[in-house]
Design a protein around this ligand. Structure first.
Ligand code: SF4
Length: 57
């Protein structure tokens, strides 16, 4: 499911991925939801945001 881009930050998320379409200055994410993968991860560095989309899409 594609996330909706909001005009304000999603207050529950801090993100530093400044190449993402949903990134907002100040390390915010303006997606209305995010999906994090994968299943059965064993450490935080094994996980990532599946909602990421390159800027300009
Ligand atoms: S969609 Fe994911 S990668 Fe993109 S700004 Fe939000 S949390 Fe970061």
């Amino acid at each position: 499911m594609r996330a909706k881009k909001m005009d304000k930050p999603n207050q529950g998320i801090k993100c530093i991925v400044n190449t993402c379409e949903y990134y907002m200055r100040g390390d915010h994410c303006c997606a209305d939801m995010i999906e994090v993968q994968p299943q059965n991860a064993s450490a935080s560095q094994d996980t990532d945001c599946a909602t990421f989309m390159p800027q300009g899409r």
